[in-house]
Design a protein around this ligand. Structure first.
Ligand SMILES: CSCCC(=O)C(=O)COP(=O)(O)O
Ligand SMILES: [Zn+2]
Length: 219
C-alpha cells in the first residue's frame, strides 16, 4: 500500500507529539509511563502515528512513535510495539472523522472525578467559561462527558468508548484510569485536554465543598 504522506511529514507530526508530551509531562500527567498520544496521517485509509508502549513520555523522542493502520497494526517493519491502547485511538478516528489528534493522560483529578461520578455515567458541567475552549459558544452552555468502566479488555473498552462518545464533546473519561480527548489537530486536542483537566479540578473541589456543607448541616 502506498500512503500519501512522506518522511518529512512524519517527522514534523512526530515532533508535534513530542512537544505536547513534554508540556503534559511537566504537569505530572504521565505518571509511571502512563498515557499515550496519536496524530492522524491519513483518513482514507486510516493511518496514524502513535506512541510506542511503555515509553517515558517526559523523554519522548520522534523515534518512539510508529505508524499504524485502522487495525492498530504497524504499517512497516519496526521494533516498536504500539501503545497497548492503540485501539482506542483508532476507534476515535473512525467515529469522529474530523479528529486529527487524540491525547490520553492519567491525572489525579480525572481519576477522582471519574470514580466519584461513575454511577451517573457522565460528568455534567454548566456555565464554566472554559467550555468555550471546546468551541462551544452558547451562553451558559452545558456539556456532559461520558464515563465508562475501566475494562481490562481493550477491544471491549474501545467499543464502549465508541458507543458513548458525543462528537460535540471531544472527550471520554475512563473510571479510575484517565481521559481520552481529541481535536482537529494537536493544538486543538492539547487545548481540549487542558480545558477538561482544569474543569475536572474545579468540579472536584466544588463537589467536595458541597459535600462538606451538607455534612455540616446534618450535624
Ligand atoms: C503504566 S499505565 C498502564 C497502561 C496505560 O493505561 C497507559 O496509558 C499506557 O499504556 P502504553 O501501552 O501506551 O504505554
Ligand atoms: Zn491509560
Amino acid at each position: 500500500m502506498t500512503y500519501a504522506f512522506n518522511q518529512e511529514d512524519r517527522i514534523r507530526v512526530a515532533q508535534e507529539l513530542v512537544d505536547v508530551a513534554k508540556n503534559f509531562a511537566n504537569k505530572g500527567w504521565f505518571p509511571a509511563t502512563a498515557g499515550n498520544l496519536s496524530i492522524k496521517l491519513s483518513g482514507e485509509p486510516l493511518v496514524f502515528g502513535v506512541t510506542a508502549s511503555g515509553k517515558d513520555k517526559e523523554n519522548l523522542t520522534i523515534h518512539d512513535i510508529l505508524a499504524v493502520d485502522g487495525d492498530s497494526k504497524a504499517i512497516e517493519p519496526t521494533n516498536l510495539k504500539p501503545s497497548a491502547e492503540t485501539l482506542i485511538h483508532a476507534e476515535v478516528y473512525k467515529r469522529v472523522p474530523e479528529a486529527g489528534a487524540c491525547l490520553h493522560v492519567h491525572t489525579l483529578y480525572n481519576n477522582l472525578i471519574s470514580d466519584l461520578l461513575f454511577e451517573q455515567g457522565k460528568l455534567r458541567i454548566q456555565g464554566l467559561e472554559l467550555i468555550k475552549a471546546l468551541n462551544i459558544w452558547e451562553e451558559n452552555a452545558a456539556i456532559e462527558i461520558p464515563i465508562v468502566e475501566n475494562f481490562a479488555d481493550i477491544p471491549k473498552l474501545a467499543a464502549e468508548i465508541g458507543e458513548v462518545l458525543d462528537p460535540r464533546v471531544p472527550a471520554v473519561l475512563i473510571r479510575n484510569h484517565g481521559i481520552y480527548a481529541w481535536g482537529a489537530d494537536v493544538f486543538a486536542a492539547k487545548r481540549h485536554v487542558q480545558a477538561f483537566e482544569w474543569m475536572f479540578h474545579y468540579m472536584f473541589l466544588k463537589l467536595s465543598v458541597q459535600r462538606d456543607a451538607l455534612a455540616g448541616l446534618a450535624l
